[in-house]
Write a protein that binds this ligand. Structure first.
Ligand code: AMP
Length: 426
């Protein structure tokens, strides 16, 4: 399957080629023809599968005939509304719309909370055909009558499962009530929970289902490893692994904002260049932290689940779960930051004995065990913590640490990420 087979115009194909994409990813191959045909689509695709192009390209194709150079805002009504749960994701989608649509004369913009509304209002008043928005900020604009949604032809609900988790559905419902009933609706979600299916029933009409990755699966170019660790030694084990495996770019997840800030300053004090990204930081601070990380100026980025949502860092080689998430689904979201289209990655979990329940939840969701490795000096102390290491072996078939076969390159070496030629060349 090539992009040429999908029914896109030559200029869109050229834009895609310019990005270095050689062939469509599975979700693109499956979804693009359906969207072009005007169908509603429910697609299960985790971040990193190329899902943004899977909806942006066919939407551009379908609506390009509306493009015009008229000055009047009335000639540029909002025709495409893309709702997404976080600011970072909104920014990235808007960027993708610009990139993939550089040759298409449709105007686009993005609105999200945490920034001044005035510049957004000026752009909206001038007229845009494609609007990317977080739900709360869009409702602010609706309240101020700075946006009119009565001519929307296509609605995209991105990261549906996350919208649910973050409690955005009432906002989404209110927004949908302002849209024409006759429209095309696309719902993308990393996972298909029953709640997501209910959402599809509510908002989509006779949808086609696209399910390319197996249910609740993780990308297969991703190596996972679990290190049992004494809770008090986690930060030191992390530093040890960063040094031992010469990690240059590591995204580390903590459960709380406080934990993220604390860990970042500890790592910084210990000479590991680190930045943090969490909900208490301003949009400008988050953007700066992300840019520094992407640019290689900081080695480690510590993030909370909410703040990390939608981070697109191409070919990120390492993701570390400093603490396992309370919600097993978040494990899949987190490690979806690595092993993205083409590049391979390593997802490391540092698990202390008090996290056995969370581990069990994750392994139950994955329906398999995460391979265990040990670094002796960081193991939980059996005298202080009763029944420590053995507990990792119970339940779902994960090997007890002591019984883990030594990797060829040495017992304590974790897998190293590999970049495919295609990914490295991007
Ligand atoms: P997404 O899932 O939309 O966040 O995309 C994940 C990453 O894959 C982005 O960095 C895209 O630039 C990249 N990508 C999207 N489509 C392709 C493709 N067909 N071939 C290679 N990379 C792609």
């Amino acid at each position: 399957m090539t992009f040429e087979d999908l029914g896109l115009s030559a200029d869109l194909l050229a834009n895609v080629a310019r990005e270095g994409y050689e062939e469509p990813t599975p979700v693109q191959a499956a979804a693009i023809p359906l969207v072009l045909a005007g169908r509603d689509v429910l697609a299960a695709a985790q971040t990193g599968t190329g899902k943004t192009a899977a909806f942006v390209l066919p939407i551009l194709e379908r609506l390009r005939h509306h493009g015009n150079a008229a000055f009047s805002p009335a000639r540029h009504p909002v025709r495409v509304l893309i709702l997404t749960p976080t600011r970072e994701l909104a920014m990235q989608i808007a960027e993708s719309v610009r990139t993939y649509g550089r040759s298409v004369p449709l105007r686009s913009t993005v609105v999200y909370g945490g920034t001044r509304m005035d510049p957004e209002i000026r752009t909206l008043w001038a007229g845009v055909e494609i609007l990317v928005a977080t739900p709360g900020r869009l409702l602010d604009h609706v309240g101020q009558r700075t946006v009119n949604l009565s001519q929307v032809e296509v609605l995209v609900l991105d990261e549906g499962d996350r919208m649910l988790d973050m409690g955005f559905i009432p906002d989404v419902r209110q927004i949908v009530s302002l849209l024409p009933k006759s429209r095309q609706t696309l719902l993308f979600s990393a996972t298909f929970s029953d709640d997501v299916r209910r959402l599809a029933k509510e908002f989509l009409r006779d949808p086609e289902t696209v399910e390319v990755a197996a249910r609740n699966s993780v990308a297969d170019n991703l190596a996972e490893v679990l290190y049992p660790v004494d809770g008090r030694l986690k930060a030191d084990l992390l530093i040890h692994l960063i040094e031992r495996d010469q990690m240059e770019q590591v995204l580390v997840f903590t459960r709380s904002k406080l934990g993220a800030g604390r860990l970042a300053s500890y790592l910084d004090r210990r000479g590991v260049n680190t930045s943090a990204i969490h909900g208490d930081r301003s949009q400008a601070e988050r953007t700066r932290a992300l840019a520094a990380f992407k640019g290689g100026f900081v080695k480690v980025l510590v993030a909370t689940d909410v703040a990390s949502r939608g981070l697109d860092i191409e070919g990120l080689p390492y993701v570390v779960n400093y603490e396992l998430p309370y919600e097993p689904q978040d494990y899949i979201h987190r490690i979806g930051r690595t092993g993205r289209a083409g590049a391979s990655g390593v997802a490391i979990s540092l698990v202390s004995p008090d996290e056995v329940d969370e581990l069990r939840g994750v392994q139950r969701l994955l329906r398999r065990a995460i391979p265990v490795q040990v670094v002796d000096e960081f193991l939980p102390d059996p005298d202080r913590e009763p029944e420590p290491v053995r507990r990792f072996g119970r339940g779902h078939g994960s090997a007890a640490p002591g019984s883990v076969p030594a990797p060829a390159s040495g017992r304590a070496r974790s897998p190293r990420p590999r970049r495919s030629a295609a990914a490295a060349g991007r």
